[in-house]
Design a protein around this ligand. Structure first.
Ligand code: PNS
Length: 158
């Protein structure tokens, strides 16, 4: 049984994140989505809100759970008996920092990181841009799941 961790800030979860998690579910037996409690940037959504949004998006989906964590990702991964970390790569812009994190995580724990190439139709989507679009009154349809769209509408009134 192979357990994968899909970690991230998910502030908010985007269609790109959802695609990576679904693809991890297609490869591995179980997926634990790890929502970092205190991301470096001040989050728009609390950790509880981000966990609850992901739970709603994946309601009824077996073999997965969503949890928040603080501290080192590898400690969280170990505590869940995870075998692999799964991340999405949108392009070369993501590569340097993702490679560095993968190497650091391997150095710290021996855990491997497996990258999936983001679906090109999601390649331009980031949580930061989604928040900017929402703040400036743009339409977030097709960028985030409908549950997240509603939450954005409440958090960032037009
Ligand atoms: O969605 P993000 O913001 O790209 O996710 C980044 C995240 C949460 C995966 C990364 O910041 C992380 O792993 N944080 C945990 C702290 C840690 O383990 N740091 C050292 C290893 S590189």
């Amino acid at each position: 049984m192979t357990i994968a961790i899909c970690p991230g800030s998910f502030d908010p979860p985007t269609n790109g994140h959802i695609d990576v998690i679904r693809r991890a579910l297609a490869i591995f037996d179980e997926v634990v989505v790890g929502v970092i409690g205190n991301p470096s940037k001040d989050p728009l959504f609390s950790a509880g809100e981000r966990v609850s949004l992901l739970e709603r998006v994946f309601e009824g989906v077996d073999r997965m759970s969503v949890e928040s964590f603080d501290g080192l990702l590898v400690d969280f991964a170990r505590s869940r008996n995870a075998d692999v970390i799964v991340k999405g790569l949108r392009g070369v812009g993501d590569f340097d920092s993702e490679q560095q994190m993968a190497q650091m995580n391997h150095h710290l724990s021996g855990i491997e990181t497996c990258f999936v190439a983001t679906n090109p139709s999601h390649g331009y989507i980031s949580s930061s841009l989604v928040k900017e679009v929402a703040r400036l009154g743009g339409d977030t349809d097709r960028l985030v799941p409908v549950e997240v769209q509603r939450a954005l509408d409440e958090k960032v009134p037009k």
